[in-house]
Design a protein around this ligand. Structure first.
Ligand SMILES: Cc1cc2nc3c(=O)[nH]c(=O)nc-3n(C[C@H](O)[C@H](O)[C@H](O)COP(=O)(O)OP(=O)(O)OC[C@H]3O[C@@H](n4cnc5c(N)ncnc54)[C@H](O)[C@@H]3O)c2cc1C
Length: 450
């Protein structure tokens, strides 16, 4: 609080020579006349400007989405991983992400830089087993990536999660030895082809892509839609139904195989930096040695998805945290009606609501990951986390975007990308409806799937 100064003391303290010099440059009587007509709010604003408070944001708290310091309770390797990814995202990805968003393209030059970070070996061992705190580390990598750019996390999640887990869980020892070390070093990039043009939710029951044994090879026919990384991946894991046994099988289909073609999906309004492909398998012949030998039908596919669903839950946390921090920084500086908008009660209500969401989501995902690393995570646990974080993320980014007014839909302010990307998080790796049905079935003991 500033106290009202004593006018006679103020006059006595005036430096008349400095005042005379000033009056040569400024019309002081006019200025004093204008000041006398200011109302209390305008006077307060002028006082803050003259005392330098107006432009000094250094005294305001720095935006920090981890309000309860939950990340600070983690182990040194976990905090180091989070710090490594944060530095990478802020220095290497943030400066180029809007350009690549506009180009609808993944910046492939990031792959060698990511290789140097050596993130996969923090999660996976060469034999396809997981490190002791793999799910927590994977969650932190995802959070820190999504805080800046969800697409980068999706590139990583498709390769290091979906594709890697498919080979780790479904491959023979020989297949693991052939592929996993190269995948750990990002020397080969994988993709994961499950969803089809006719639908993703029903794919466990209505998979239309088929495989047919033909001597020592398999003939694949069908289409796969939305397949992330597939426009440049070295191989894609293709899931197909055996026309003879009806069983689901997995195949490593190498780029360039005759009968295998990829068309980049154009015109996305979310995750534009991720390259998604529409794959066509037109009598594509794959040697039996590239069939994932230990796949136990759909059960293996479901195991892969269970493992990666926790990662998608973390995407919601990171995306919401990034949006909240951007909104808070904006509210601390943007002025309307002579005040920073962060001084308005309604804007503070938005910010506190966002922070509450982020804090709750973070606690939920940390618990989920600890359960997973202890081997106690069930399908419905991951499904609940995905349902909750996707919905809370959607609410949070909408409030953040609203805080930016019109600037909230401009790419250069950052929050618009989070706002758009949330829509993809909401729908992939099991839509909110499907994950809700998984949890509903678990808690009631009654299936509502139709
Ligand atoms: C950006 C992006 C990246 C992706 N990357 C990949 C990838 O790399 N690999 C891959 O295989 N797939 C990928 N997908 C596909 C994704 O997993 C599917 O989009 C998702 O499973 C939903 O399938 P769908 O889009 O066909 O929607 P649909 O299954 O057609 O669903 C449409 C609507 O109907 C609802 N619905 C469906 N069935 C039921 C039911 N029984 N009860 C109630 N509601 C129901 C759904 O919840 C949804 O609201 C990606 C998708 C996107 C958008």
């Amino acid at each position: 609080m500033t106290s009202t100064p004593d006018p006679s003391a103020l006059l006595a303290s005036l430096d008349l020579r400095a005042l005379a010099a000033l009056s040569e440059r400024v019309d002081l009587p006019a200025l004093l006349g204008a000041a006398s007509r200011l109302n209390d709010r305008q006077l307060g604003q002028l006082t803050r400007m003259l005392s330098g408070q107006h432009d000094d944001h250094s005294t305001l708290p720095a935006p920090d989405g981890d309000f309860l310091g939950q990340l600070g309770t983690l182990g040194p390797d976990e905090r180091q991983t989070a710090a490594d990814v944060r530095a990478f995202m802020e220095t290497r990805v943030a400066p180029i992400m809007n350009e690549y968003w506009n180009r609808d393209e993944f910046p492939r030059q990031l792959i060698p830089e990511l290789r140097r970070l050596d993130l996969l070996r923090r999660i996976w061992n060469e034999d396809g087993t997981r490190t002791p705190n793999a799910t927590v580390l994977e969650g932190l990598i995802t959070l820190e990536a999504c805080r800046v750019d969800v697409s980068t996390a999706v590139f990583f999640g498709v390769h290091a999660g979906l594709a890697f887990a498919s080979v780790a869980l479904g491959g023979s020892d020989e297949q693991k030895a052939e592929w996993l070390p190269k995948m750990l070093d990002l020397d080969v990039i994988g993709a994961f082809g499950l969803t089809e043009p006719e639908g993703g939710s029903q794919v466990s029951q209505g998979m239309r892509t088929t495989c047919r044994r033909d001597g020592d090879r398999w003939i694949l026919r069908g289409q796969k839609k939305w397949i992330g990384n597939s426009t440049f991946s070295d191989f894609t894991v293709i899931w197909a139904r055996d026309v003879d046994s009806g069983e689901v099988r997995g195949f490593i289909v190498r780029a360039g195989t005759p009968g295998y073609s990829v068309e980049k999906i154009q015109g996305k309004t979310a995750l534009r930096i991720v390259e998604n492909g529409l794959i066509t398998l037109d009598d594509c012949a794959v040697p039996d040695s590239d069939r994932l030998q230990n796949v136990q039908g759909w059960r293996t596919t479901a195991e892969v998805l269970k493992l990666t669903r926790a990662g998608v839950a973390w995407q919601g946390v990171g995306c919401a945290m990034g949006a909240y921090e951007l909104a808070l920084a904006y509210a601390q500086t943007r002025e309307q009606f002579g005040k920073r908008i962060g001084e308005f009660q309604l804007i503070q209500n938005h910010l506190v609501h966002m922070l509450g969401n982020v804090t709750g989501m973070l606690a939920l995902c940390l618990r989920l990951s600890h359960l997973a690393d202890a081997g106690d995570m069930r399908d419905e646990h991951a499904a609940l986390a995905k349902v909750v974080t996707a919905a809370r993320c959607r609410e949070t980014v909408a409030l953040a975007r609203e805080t930016f007014g019109g600037n909230g839909i401009l790419l250069e302010y950052g929050v618009a990308k989070h706002f758009a990307d949330t829509e993809a998080i909401y729908s992939y790796e099991g839509t909110n409806e499907i994950n809700t049905l998984v949890v509903g079935r678990a808690i009631t003991g009654l299936s509502a799937f139709v």
